[in-house]
Design a protein around this ligand. Sequence first.
Ligand SMILES: [Cu+2]
Length: 327
Amino acid sequence: MQSQVPLYPEQASNFAPHVDNLMLFITLICLFFAVAVTVAIIIFFFKYHRKKPDDVGVPIHGNMILEAAWMIVPLILAMAMFGWGAVVYVDYRRAPQDTLDIYVIGKQWMWKAQQPNGLKEINELHVPVGKDVRLILASEDVIHDFYVPAFRVKMDVVPGHYNTMWFRPTKAGRYHFFCSQYCGTNHAIMGGWVTVMEPSEYAAWLSGTSGSGGNPVVAGEKLFTEKACATCHVGAGVGRAPSLNGVYGAKVLLADGSTVIADEAYIRESILQPNAKIVAGYQPVMPTFQGQVTEEQILALTAYIKSLQSQPVPEKGSGVAPATEKK
Ligand SMILES: [Cu+2]
């Protein structure tokens, strides 16, 4: 039933009305001045053109009020656009507390999403309506860009780095998402659909299909053992490397005296470039895992490290059961 191309995509997130209103404001101002200047050109063309070969123009030596007006009025209008734009943008870049975190990985030429319970989706993303959703974006290869027109949000997905974006879906439905950064031959087909569901439906969907995904905490723990992380990262800080119990979200003191919050980006960096930030009191002995773990495996390791949060007493070795595991 594709009748006509709509002027705007549907407004389906908290940002959509703000972005549209701002866009309308800027467009109307531009339109007003474009029309005013064009009309003035046409009127002046007829009114002031040279009527006799010996016509000489009237000498004008300036007009303070006019000159002040054409500086001050555009300044006010431009600052209004800037101020309004900044408010919307800052809101967009600062995710609220207590978001539903979903990992999204771009690769030539598909999108993989991973729900908090480990459920994986390809070119699909399911989210509940009315909940603040934060996407943590990573790329396996080149720069992509995650763009949901109906939500008026987009964010570059850059290799070697996590980017985040957030939104609150306001309307149940299916909305197209795209890769909006040219990324190679099949860039044009690199897209999919966001399905916004009622929270109860979303919960049912999550639990109904969770068997296929595999728990990331379990996968991460397995990797942690396989990659022999556990030989150095033993509990209670008695190993060659810092204990990871409770490290996620904590402030870490580094060898150079500075501190860093152990978030996803820090954990990722510590896996790939272990020498970038050395924890105070330890030697830079950890080998890099660059090229040995995929972005998905890093997510699993991060999920496992996060799960160590709730471990009451650090146990020696890797035999710690993830607290959040449930089947
Ligand atoms: Cu792409």
